[in-house]
Design a protein around this ligand. Structure first.
Ligand code: TXA
Ligand code: MG
Length: 315
């Protein structure tokens, strides 16, 4: 039988070399990170950045996160500050994205940052993306590897589901550890959380020693305002379905093992639940359910990020 996943590769010296070469040529690759899989291209190449927007069908007003190997690489592109250094020291590489002022002579393609005067910078931790970043002399523009407004991918086959053979390379780096996108924090002024994620507001507050602004309605990030993270079927939150023909996403040990119940974490562990959220929604859709109901999920730690995504999915 023919292998339909002919563009999914395991990670080794040979595929690392091929991926690096392909990115240098301006091609796009589906790559694993510790949060979700990304659609990566050279952030200094207009050709590559245009390809990313086209592939995702992403509105041009929604800027991309730019990914770097290490600190010394960002000086050409952004202005850093004290708060940035504090958070970098504590959480990087890891699931935290910083919005910083863009330098005038930065080579980052302006479409990548939606013509804003800021850049979202991230240092991912997954060993595959880190090895690749080490061998290239440009940063990677890398949004989540899904079609605009649908669910983020947490493994190589999820990426294939949305893009098939439209991209040359997808590297299989296993299931994403966190399964939910990075926290985005704006550090251009008073620290402001633009997108909740695995690194919580509390953890950030502890490091910065200051209160954070977290205004849900007044967000700078245009992508945050729209319907997003949608599985493609209606999502109803905080309610139990009246009929077994609808899927019910639950959390914690008090729930039965009904066929239409999908428990994100029987142990009631929010980190485990976050890692299972997108995976579970995809599974439910594949099983043919027409609606998803979701029980209440505690609004703390990773639960905050989950509730944020669920709310958007239910819009
Ligand atoms: O975990 C993640 O962050 C993943 C992995 C692949 O790194 N990436 C990701 O990218 O989630 P994306 O494009 O799906 O989401 C990026 C978010 C969007 O909400 C976008 O609006 C915001 O970051 N963003 C990017 N640049 C920004 C900027 N200059 N100012 C404000 N928000 C920005
Ligand atoms: Mg996304």
């Amino acid at each position: 039988m023919e292998n339909i996943y002919s563009n999914i590769y395991s990670f080794n010296k040979k595929t690392l070399k091929q991926t690096v070469k392909s990115l240098k040529q301006g091609n796009i690759a589906g790559l694993p990170t510790e949060t979700v899989y990304g659609l990566a291209g050279n952030a200094y190449s207009k050709k590559a950045v245009i390809k990313i927007f086209k592939l995702k069908n992403r509105p041009k007003i929604n800027p991309l996160i730019i990914h770097y190997h290490k600190l010394s690489k960002i000086n050409k592109d952004v202005n850093v500050n004290k708060n940035f250094f504090k958070l970098y020291k504590k959480f990087c590489p890891g699931p935290l994205t910083f919005v910083l002022k863009k330098k005038k002579d930065s080579k980052i393609v302006s479409l990548a940052t939606a013509n804003l005067d800021t850049v979202a910078v991230r240092f991912p931790k997954h060993k595959v993306i880190r090895s690749i970043l080490k061998f290239i002399d440009f940063p990677l523009a890398m949004p989540s590897a899904n079609l605009s407004s649908s669910l983020s991918p947490v493994n190589a086959f999820d990426v294939f589901e949305d893009f098939g053979n439209k991209i040359k390379t997808i590297i299989n780096g296993g299931s994403s550890k966190f399964g939910i996108e990075s926290t985005v924090i704006d550090l251009t002024g008073k620290p402001k959380i633009l997108r909740p994620g695995i690194i919580s507001e509390k953890q950030i507050k502890r490091v910065l020693n200051t209160n954070l602004v977290f205004k849900k309605n007044k967000i700078r990030s245009p992508g945050m305002l729209k319907k997003h993270y949608s599985p493609g079927i209606p999502v109803i939150i905080g309610r139990k379905p009246i009929d077994h023909k609808y899927a019910y996403i639950v959390f914690g040990k008090k729930y039965k093992n009904n066929k239409n119940y999908f428990n994100l974490s029987k142990k009631g562990n929010l980190k485990e639940a976050a890692a299972n959220l997108y995976k579970t929604m995809r599974k439910i859709k594949k099983k043919g359910y027409k609606k998803i109901f979701v029980s209440k999920i505690p609004n703390r730690g990773p639960g905050l990020a989950m509730n944020d995504r669920l709310k958007r999915a239910s819009n």
